[in-house]
Design a protein around this ligand. Structure first.
Ligand code: SF4
Length: 331
């Protein structure tokens, strides 16, 4: 039997070279989410937000996609690129937000509001997307909501903070919001944000709208605690674009800490610091150097979505694509 080398016994350079060699051999492209470990982000062909990566999945030439992210992201890639093999290095990499709602929950909710339009954030399973009318990302959620006639009720899922943000900026009161939350983003709450802003009163703030602190950040602007021009509510893709042009000495970041790696690479002259340094998604961090090697060697674990579910979910995703500019959205 040939000796199988573990990532632990290799230097970072040897590991990266082996990953690249195996990817070529398997005709695979490696996609990594912005919240992945730094070494995974660095070895990937493309790093980005969930929807940007899924859209890339449908345009790349490689026959296999190794998705370094969480399960619903790999499923979305499979929905948009059904002819490709999609591999997830750890099939247990889930998402606490996506897990707050099932397809059955959506059907029951809809039966209470039969004329409503169901709008779902991309952080949902394929089965939930299949029950959805239109998907959205954090950057085009408001445009998606505005595309629905004013007098039509909307069922917005699964994130309560994004739902509250969309309600606030569209001024609509006929939006019902599912009370789901991501445990990582909910942990970046108003109290944490207030303390951090008090420590660094001159810093700018980039806030992901899924954060528990999004409401608090906007409240602080209203109360004059933080000047309006210093606070931006942005998707992770939006954060990256803003970071490239940032001139501030320091920017506080309210999202999962993996994002800091991209921001610091994009602009080494500005200091990017987390609002909560413990805001780490353990699902995202389940993708390790060793598991990526294993997937490339053995072709595990393949993600599949049955044809009927995929076709219905694809319609919801394609409607979203027709409405906004989702390439810079999602987490
Ligand atoms: S950070 Fe939250 S929303 Fe994102 S994958 Fe992790 S649990 Fe899900």
């Amino acid at each position: 039997m040939p000796t199988v080398t573990s990532a632990d016994t290799m230097t970072r350079h040897e590991w990266a070279a082996e990953v690249r060699r195996l990817a070529r051999e398997r005709d695979a492209v490696i996609l990594a989410h912005n919240y992945q470990r730094p070494e995974i982000q660095d070895v990937a062909d493309h790093t980005g937000d969930s929807l940007g990566l899924s859209r890339l999945a449908s345009t790349v030439e490689a026959s296999t996609i190794v998705f370094c992210g969480v399960h619903f992201m790999a499923e979305t890639a499979k929905i948009l690129a059904p002819e490709k093999t999609v591999l997830l290095p750890d099939p247990n990499a889930g998402c606490s937000l996506a897990d707050t709602i099932t397809a059955e929950d959506v059907r029951a909710w809809r039966s209470d509001h039969p004329d409503a339009v169901v709008v779902a954030y991309v952080n949902t399973s394929a089965a939930v997307k299949a029950e959805t009318d239109i998907c959205c990302t954090s950057s085009n959620a408001a445009d998606v909501v505005r595309s629905v006639p004013e007098d039509t009720e909307i069922l917005f899922l699964p994130d309560q903070f994004l739902g509250a943000h969309v309600k606030r900026i569209t001024g609509r009161d006929n939006i019902h919001v599912w009370m789901g939350e991501c445990h990582v983003h909910a942990g970046i709450d108003g109290g944490t944000l207030r303390e951090r802003v008090a420590e660094d009163p001159d810093a700018e703030l980039y806030v992901h709208p899924e954060c528990g602190c999004a409401t608090s950040a906007l409240y602080m602007v209203g109360a004059g605690v933080v000047p309006e021009e210093r606070v931006r509510v942005l998707s992770t893709g939006g954060m990256l674009s803003a970071a490239k042009e940032a001139e501030a000495d320091k920017v506080l970041i309210a999202t999962e800490t993996g994002m800091l790696h991209q921001l610091r690479n994009a602009n080494p002259t500005t200091a990017f610091e987390p609002v909560n340094s413990r805001a780490e998604c353990h699902y995202m961090k389940m993708i390790t150097a060793d598991k990526l090697l294993g997937t490339l060697r053995e072709g595990t674990s393949e993600i599949t979505v049955d044809e009927d579910t995929a076709a219905r979910a694809r319609r919801a995703v394609e409607r979203m694509v027709a409405i906004g500019t989702p390439s810079r959205g999602g987490e």
